[in-house]
Ligand binder design. Structure first.
Ligand code: AKG
Length: 255
């Protein structure tokens, strides 16, 4: 099938996202833009320090300004604007690349719980971009539809040997009848809310599964900067600050 771009978001899609806490979407980047990103991440993976897993490439944009080409792309911002409005801040990004045969699982969680009290209010949308095809067999992301509507879930520790994160929503708090597999072709993406419960299985297939999570928040979200991470930067990408100067934004680097 030909590679077509999807760059407009209908009112129905916005409504679906609000109601269900996620939505699958088409291709925002051209095939050649996507190929260039894949080449770039392949090289990053080759150069990972000894012992570092390719699922753990968190905040790569701090070290790789090249990634701002994607994170700030006007087509991306045009889509994001439909979900969170015109004042857009880049909160974070993360490559989660699961190697073929031994890719790690991601336990059931809400991003808003992992990020703790770092944002007020906790209002983040994640765009998950399929650098590789992402299917059930190679550990695509799954969501519990509508789970963003109630925030108080109990968590328990999980063994970190083959889990990317150390805690998980307890089974009794998961409505597994509402699980949706978010399968994507290369270059497609999906979006999820910071409170949507999601996970993914280990990759035991013969195909790598690499996704790039690109995370945005409206510019009225306050970031106190404390405790969360010793060094974390946020960037005002479009529109105006709405925190009355509370937030400190880092200038977008040359890319
Ligand atoms: O890539 C995955 O399987 C999980 C992604 C995830 O947890 C996230 O985007 O918040």
């Amino acid at each position: 099938m030909s590679w077509q771009l999807e760059t407009t978001v209908s009112d129905e899609q916005v409504e679906f996202y609000k109601e269900n806490g996620y939505i699958t979407f088409g291709r925002i980047f051209t095939e050649s833009e996507l190929d260039t990103l894949r080449d770039y991440v392949d090289e990053m993976i080759e150069n990972l320090p000894e012992g570092r897993r390719p699922e753990q490439m968190d905040v790569p944009h701090f070290e790789h300004p090249f990634l701002f080409k994607y994170l700030t792309h006007p087509r991306v911002l045009k889509v994001i604007e439909r979900f969170i409005g015109p004042d857009i801040v880049l909160w974070s990004s993360h490559f989660i690349s699961k190697r073929e045969h031994d890719g790690m699982a991601v336990p059931w969680h809400q991003d808003g719980v992992y990020w703790g009290k770092s944002l007020e209010p906790m209002h983040v949308i994640t765009m998950w971009l399929a650098v590789d095809e992402s299917k059930v067999e190679n550990g695509c992301m799954r969501v519990i539809s509508g789970s963003h509507k109630s925030r108080d879930r109990r968590y328990e520790e999980v063994d970190r040997t083959n889990n990317l994160f150390g805690s998980e929503v307890v089974e009794a708090d998961l409505d597994t009848s509402k699980v949706v597999n978010l399968e994507l072709e290369v270059g497609e993406c999906h979006f999820h809310d910071a409170w949507t419960i999601h996970n993914s299985s280990p990759n035991v297939s013969q195909k790598r599964r690499c996704g790039y999570t690109m995370r945005y928040m409206p510019a009225d979200v306050r970031y106190p900067g404390a405790e969360w991470r010793r060094k974390h930067y946020i960037y005002l990408l479009q529109g105006k600050d709405r925190t009355d100067g509370f937030n400190t934004y880092t200038p977008v680097p040359e890319f």
